[in-house]
Design a protein around this ligand. Structure first.
Ligand code: AMP
Ligand code: ZN
Ligand code: FE
Ligand code: FE
Length: 281
């Protein structure tokens, strides 16, 4: 079982990188990718926790914004984590998440929803990429909502009046950086309409020009119809098809290995990296 998208406490997951690797072993995965939001901080710990025959793919889920302001997540896998342009791109996005959070808190406060930056920081593991899930956790702790899920269905979703975006590369910029760093680029949950504004079929062409390698088709947030459409787009553009869980520990309902990638698709994807970077114990 191959799962190419999972989060740890280095972003908004609730399992440490070590616990994530252990969970992959328990679930019987053969390949796991660690893909925290805008960071490679979990790589070393995940690598050191590897046991048995599990193979580890080091990656990151890069937050992007299209020129028309649609939020897109790009999975970068198998890239050189020391590549300086990649590091700068990830750092700039992480930095801009701080003023963005301050603005969201100000909007909430103006609506008499009392939460502070201190509450959010207290809800976040040290060093983790700051995100809305940590704000959700703070609101849960204050007794203002029941769960992250409730937050994302209302107060904190992309269409809410309290939503603020942060600086981010365009999908094409992210793809170019990933590919220059030797890795492969797979667009995550592209048609997840529940998350707000989504892409349309024409949006993939410039990404392919920039070097896109694959489309995440099998994902919990895609309906059967959305999967069928994405599968056909991938087929027409000659892109690899992946499936993955987008596991976040107890932070989301997603179970590790609930969607997986076929071995042939994975082998094709891996062959596009400039070096064999899969980690084995
Ligand atoms: P941000 O990156 O700060 O904009 O926050 C978006 C993150 O929130 C995404 O990466 C999702 O993984 C997470 N998220 C979205 N919907 C939910 C949900 N219903 N429950 C928990 N986390 C969610
Ligand atoms: Zn997340
Ligand atoms: Fe995502
Ligand atoms: Fe994700």
């Amino acid at each position: 079982m191959i799962d190419l998208h999972a989060h740890s406490t280095c972003s908004d997951g609730t399992d440490s990188p070590r616990a994530l690797v252990n969970q992959a072993l328990i679930q019987g995965l053969t390949v796991l990718a660690i893909t925290d939001h805008d960071t490679v901080d979990g790589w070393d710990e995940a690598r050191s926790a590897l046991r048995l025959n599990l193979e580890l793919v080091l990656g990151a889920e890069i937050s992007c914004l299209t020129s028309s302001g649609t939020s897109v997540h790009m999975l970068g896998l198998l890239f050189d984590g020391d590549n300086s342009d990649m590091r700068v791109m990830l750092e700039e996005t992480r930095d801009s998440r701080i003023p963005r959070m301050i603005k969201m808190i100000q909007l909430l406060n103006a609506a008499d929803i009392t939460v502070t930056m201190d509450d959010v920081i207290a809800a976040k593991p040290v060093g983790a990429t700051l995100g809305r899930p940590h704000l959700a956790d703070a609101l849960v702790k204050l007794g203002l909502i029941k769960s992250r899920d409730e937050a994302f269905q209302g107060l904190l979703n992309n269409d809410s009046p309290y939503y603020v975006s942060h600086l981010a590369p365009t999908p094409e910029e992210a793809i170019k950086h990933i590919r220059k760093a030797g890795g492969v680029a797979v667009i995550a949950h592209a048609f997840a309409s529940l998350r707000g504004r989504i892409l349309s079929a024409e949006d993939f062409e410039p990404m392919v020009q920039a070097g896109l390698n694959g489309i995440e088709v099998d994902h919990r947030d895609h309906s059967g119809l959305e999967r069928a459409e994405l599968r056909s787009i991938a087929h027409n553009l000659g892109l690899v098809i992946t499936g993955s869980s987008d596991y976040h520990g107890t932070g989301k309902l997603n179970v590790l290995g609930e969607n997986t990638t076929h071995r042939e698709e994975w082998e094709k994807l891996e062959s596009f990296a400039n070096e064999r970077r899969v980690v084995r114990s």
